[in-house]
Design a binder for this molecule. Structure first.
Ligand SMILES: [Zn+2]
Length: 260
């Protein structure tokens, strides 16, 4: 099982080494901005690395919304990030499930997701797996609650879509971690990546506030159980920089090794 961390994008391989990580996730552009990613000078080195790479798309992307001024640039930005992520040899591009605005029909949001994949298919399809991630908050989210996730996957039925399960988002979003992998897989058929995070927010608080694995409101053994059940690579998106994340990675290796 490959275990790693979300790191600063300046030198992801150095960050991986500093944490003894087998995988890293990073941004290719400002996560709060709309700027297209620039080609990376270290692309060849990244592609050749024995560290598994994942790219997280900017948070501003929301391909589900009925608001054209957000949806259309979101679609373009997602395609741009997919091309840039593929260029560095990433194994997947993680993007949040998005939401519609209050009063808007969530069914249209799911169909907007379908249109996003159709739009990509028109230009040859996404060049790497797109991993849709569950989110913690909001009443109109496409991938917070499993009933919505089921409708999203129904809408995307014709396309190859991956899934990234974030343990903090699930807990804070109001989904019990016990048995969650089976319930998710019954919908998606797959879990491509685990974001292993504890949660500062309580169960169903809707708060997206990550904590280190042995802190927070989730029993750390439940996070370990999710990872074991999913059998997927793991990225911690936890605070504390090198020290905090290295401790989280070591904790997981210890737990997973101890009773694997
Ligand atoms: Zn996450």
């Amino acid at each position: 099982m490959r275990i790693g961390a979300h790191v600063d994008p300046t030198d992801p391989l150095a960050e991986a080494a500093a944490r003894d990580a087998e995988a890293v996730q990073f941004f290719l552009a400002d996560p709060q901005g709309w700027k297209a990613p620039k080609p990376r000078e270290d692309a060849e080195r990244l592609r050749a690395a024995d560290v598994d790479l994942y790219v997280h798309a900017p948070y501003v992307i929301n391909v589900a919304t009925l608001n054209n001024r957000i949806r259309i640039p979101s679609r373009k930005l997602l395609l741009g990030h997919a091309a840039a992520a593929a260029a560095v040899g990433a194994r997947g591009l993680i993007v949040h499930g998005g939401h519609v605005n209050a009063g808007d029909d969530l069914a249209v949001g799911f169909d907007n997701w379908r249109k996003t994949f159709a739009y990509a298919a028109d230009s040859g399809g996404f060049p790497l797996p797109i991993l849709i991630e569950n989110t913690a908050g909001g009443d109109n989210a496409c991938a917070r609650h499993l009933d919505a996730l089921g409708r999203l996957w129904d809408a995307l039925g014709d396309y190859e879509v991956g899934f990234c399960l974030d343990t903090c988002h699930a807990h804070a979003g109001g989904e019990e971690l016990l048995g969650l992998v089976d319930r998710v897989k019954a919908i998606t058929g797959r879990i491509d990546l685990i974001h292993a995070n504890n949660s500062k927010g309580t169960f169903n608080s809707g708060q997206d506030r990550h904590d280190n694995l042995t802190g927070g409101t989730i029993d750390p053994e439940l996070v370990v159980a999710v990872i074991r059940a999913a059998g997927a690579p793991v990225i911690v998106e936890t605070p504390g920089g090198v020290e905090g994340q290295a401790a989280d990675i070591a904790f997981l290796r210890g737990q997973l090794g101890a009773a694997a």
